[in-house]
Ligand binder design. Structure first.
Ligand code: IPM
Ligand code: MN
Length: 357
């Protein structure tokens, strides 16, 4: 029996309830597999923790994450917990992603059965691509360090050769690894989304991307401006297999993409570096619906599946994704049109545990 050390950060708002749901489902997955055990260490971090301690996360927690095999993180942030400069306090994106150099934010966008897409005539799996967001450079590297005077403010978008190369390489790797090509034509395809017609930093990124593309002739490579990409994700989402883009563009487009597959409550994410990774939903902490038995825990549960995949428990990860697919197909898990869980997260857990028998 293999044991994995897992740090758990329940987070804020709906975080604790969806993380609890994920752990209950993961318990069943472990039972079923019989081959591995997840050993949890719970830590407080986020906006509520900031309010009590003046820090979003402690050194002790960071050290625990550094030592662990992986971290499962709930959403964090509370709208009224702010820093003096007006930005949100207690959000961990910068400290974890940049701090641990977790350059790859892998966000799978897939339409499951009986999940209502706002796009007309979409069948399950008509939308099935990976949105790969660069996590450690781009405009958000400027978080907290932009210059502000009474009259003006500036943030800087940084692109490095190393940063562009490694994210481009990973995009092609993911394309090759992903069993399925683009839903529309079955092709392995990586799309770079940029704004190289306007900004030199993006022209730099594009040049590096096209160089890496030449090393991967079996994958089709294409480039799209971000404004056109926003339209294409609505008009022809089936065209995409892997999309790679800059940090802020990836942040914005992943919410747009999430909306096309039934909302962010469906969408998991992985933040991966060369030695460390953490897994979290792509959405925020939704404090307005916290504790109301409404939250859709599937984003968090699927983040757990991504974590199993990362740990090498591929079979268990696939079984969990399949159980979610089947439960939605059989309408045992029901979602509202706004993407919340009709019978609440506890019911989702009950259904999935049965499906996993
Ligand atoms: C995300 C979130 C974070 C980000 C926020 C909460 C800082 O929106 O993971 O997409 O912008 O990266
Ligand atoms: Mn976001």
């Amino acid at each position: 029996m293999k044991t994995y050390q897992i740090v758990v950060l329940p987070g804020d708002g709906i975080g604790p309830e969806i993380v609890e749901a994920a752990l209950e489902v993961l318990e069943k997955v472990q039972e079923l597999s019989g081959k591995f055990h997840l050993d949890y260490q719970f830590h407080k971090a986020g906006a509520a923790y900031y309010r009590e301690s003046g820090k979003a996360i402690s050194k002790k927690t960071l050290a625990a994450m550094d030592k662990a095999d992986a971290t499962l993180k709930g959403p964090v942030g509370l709208p009224n917990v702010r820093k003096p400069d007006g930005t949100e306090a207690g959000i961990l994106g910068g400290v974890l992603r940049i701090g641990f150099d977790l350059y790859a934010n892998v966000r799978p966008i897939r339409l499951f059965p009986n999940v209502s897409s706002p796009l007309a005539n979409k069948k399950p799996d008509d939308i099935d691509y990976i949105l790969l967001r660069e996590n450690t450079q781009g405009l958000y590297l400027s978080r907290g360090v932009g210059l502000v005077t009474d009259e003006a403010a500036t943030d800087t978008l940084l692109m490095t050769r190393k940063g562009c190369e490694r994210i481009a390489r990973l995009a092609f790797q993911l394309s090759i690894q992903k069993e399925r090509g683009a839903p529309q034509d079955g092709k392995k395809r990586v799309t770079l989304v940029d704004k190289s017609n306007v900004l030199r930093s993006f022209a730099f990124f594009r040049k590096i991307f096209l160089g890496v593309a030449q090393e991967n002739p079996e994958v089709e490579a294409e480039c799209l401006y971000v404004d056109a990409a926003a339209a294409a994700l609505i008009n022809r989402p089936g065209h995409f297999q892997v999309i790679v883009t800059e940090n802020m563009f990836g942040d914005i487009l992943s919410d747009l993409a999430g909306a096309t597959v039934g909302g962010l409550g469906m969408c998991p994410g992985a933040n991966i570096g060369d030695h460390l990774a953490y897994f979290e939903p792509i959405h925020g902490s939704a404090p307005d619906i916290a504790g109301k038995n409404l939250a859709n825990p599937l984003s968090q549960i699927r983040s757990g599946a991504m974590m199993l995949d990362y740990l090498g428990e591929k079979k268990a990860a696939r079984a969990l994704e399949k159980a979610i697919w089947q439960s939605l197909l059989k309408k045992r898990i029901k979602l509202t049109t706004s993407g919340t869980a009709l019978d609440g997260p506890k019911k989702v857990v009950e259904v999935l545990r049965k499906e996993l028998k």
